[in-house]
Design a protein around this ligand. Structure first.
Ligand code: SME
Length: 156
């Protein structure tokens, strides 16, 4: 399990040192991937509001064809369309699931948001079925909320 408080502290220190969201997002993806054996693929998508598309910013894991996902498509696009995190215990049961690797069994998407404004999301895939619990979602959300502070600041 990732130590979300430690990651949030590190992100705050990076902000104080002047690092921008690009560095923070890359650091977080690597840290999440390293922190937990269940996290086989970790990536971050950023939302292009005007085009209603998610763009893959950076990831660790096997290469994926899904560098661009329309809002409403797949687990990722559904999270944005519904304004809600998605914890999918069995991806084969998810209508419209976009597969990037047949080994993936479950997926967790946590939004990077400030209130109703969605900036993007963390997408985590596991080769284990039903790999993610509420505690994982809470931990990743704490980290996503910290990142949202920096992204919001840069967009103002
Ligand atoms: N499975 C995702 C697509 C992204 S890949 O997992 C990297 C989806 O259904 O939206």
């Amino acid at each position: 399990m990732v130590d979300a408080r430690a990651v949030v502290r590190e992100l705050q220190e990076m902000r104080e040192e002047g690092h921008l969201s690009d560095a923070l997002l890359r650091y977080t993806v690597k840290t999440l991937h390293r922190a937990d054996d269940r996290f086989d693929w970790v990536g971050v998508y950023l939302l292009d509001d005007e085009e209603a598309v998610l763009w893959l910013h950076n990831y660790v894991g096997t290469p994926t064809d899904h560098s661009k996902i329309p809002v409403g498509k797949g687990v990722c696009g559904t999270a944005v369309a519904h304004g809600a995190n998605q914890n999918v215990p069995d991806v084969s049961e998810f209508a419209g699931y976009l597969s990037c690797n047949p080994a993936v069994r479950s997926e967790l998407v946590v939004l990077i948001r400030a209130g109703s404004r969605i900036y993007g999301q963390f997408d985590i895939d596991s080769h284990l079925p039903a790999a993610f619990g509420d505690q994982d979602e809470v931990a990743v959300q704490m980290i996503a909320d910290k990142l949202a502070e920096q992204v919001a600041r840069e967009r103002r």
